[in-house]
Design a protein around this ligand. Sequence first.
Ligand SMILES: [Zn+2]
Length: 396
Amino acid sequence: MDRRQWMTTVAALGPLAAATSADRDGAQTQAKPAVLDLKDFQPRSMLQVPATKVPRAKFPVIDFHTHLGFSAKGVAGVPHGEERRFAAPPEELLAVMDRVNLRTMVNLTGGVGAGLQESIKRFQTAHPGRFITFTEPRYSDANGPDYPRMQADEIERAHKLGARGLKVLKTLGLYLREQITSGPLVKIDDKRFDPMWEACAANRMPVAIHISDPEAFFLPIDRHNERFEELNAHPDWSFYGKDFPTTRELFEARNRVFARHPKTTFVALHVGHKAEDLRYVGECLDKYANMHVEIGARVGELGRQPRSARRFFDRYQDRILFGTDAVPHGTQTPQQIFGDALYEIYYRFLETEDEYFDYAPAPTPPQGRWQIYGIALPDGILRKVYNENAGRILGV
Ligand SMILES: [Zn+2]
């Protein structure tokens, strides 16, 4: 009904319409629907259900996915140089860690060269057992003729410095180009990286890999997009159109890497970057014995399909790692702001049967407008997910 039809209908109804505009206390309510900006809509649930406080995890936790520093310089999504910016001093983090029963944080973005050395010294060396550091590929040299060998040697050097794994951001597949920042996109299974994957296996360094984003990020930003508000606020997060590959192409290239390097341990971050489709993630886990997954920033996805998620945790309990993608002071991503509130949400999801609660410490759900449900994992699975699986992979 358009506005004109609506006016006509109201006029035709006459006194009846007027009567419905007053509630039972006689207070006037609006006679016509108000217009409300979606961003201002912050409904409060009237549901009366148990709400469990879980400020501390039942067992000690290894957070396999955190970012304590970033490359100071980047061009078109590709890090340049060795300089790092750090998000917070270790002392600030340790206070939260002790409160929430977080034994160890894995800082995936440790960087390269002098920046890596600084990351290691600042966190890992200063606080043994509490922080672990990963290195990253040196993408800014990826078009050189010696790159394949040089990158493999670099992994070994990083390992000697104390790096315990390699982080591969979605730079590979979605940002890195043949002339670094221009030309065609470099494919995830490009052969120049083969010596790098092999060097990780030789040095017993797991690879934390992230190659794709939520399905909705590859679709038009329109009224049918379930991540509309997020993409509308951050249009640069969209991989729709231009020369971006489809998610299918990204996953197939990733799977070829898994298949080609069976001795390398891969941890596919964000529930295999396909939390909307646990059946597919399961198929990949069945196929690639060297694949694991981590749950960072996807508790909103897992928690909106609690029965599927529970079955997934049952079936793959030896291959799921706890992670949050936490960023200290990370205000751009409310679902990842490091702090007590973030960990409590993950613990509540994993440990309780609570229903319909927020998946992020934010006034409105930042990754889609829905609420989540706990999956109440038994102790045996909780221990594996909280620390045993990560401990085994990291050799700690
Ligand atoms: Zn991350």
